[in-house]
Design a protein around this ligand. Structure first.
Ligand SMILES: [Zn+2]
Length: 64
């Protein structure tokens, strides 16, 4: 599944921050990366922390 464009709970646009979050979280811990991106609400923070990239795995299996 792709990273969602909006937070499921509050509807804030967060999809544009995901690439920055990935690059920042390589160097820092995720808490500091989210603080730097000014993602303050915990509903939005969990969208980043709970996301698992599975597109690489799914694309190995073709549709029947
Ligand atoms: Zn939110």
């Amino acid at each position: 599944m792709e990273f969602p464009v909006r937070c499921y709970t509050c509807g804030a646009v967060i999809g544009d921050l995901y690439d920055q979050y990935k690059s920042l979280s390589k160097d820092k811990n995720p808490e500091q990366a989210l603080n730097d991106l000014l993602v303050d609400r915990y509903c939005c923070r969990r969208m980043f922390l709970g996301h698992v990239e599975v597109m690489g795995t799914i694309s190995k299996y073709p549709r029947i």
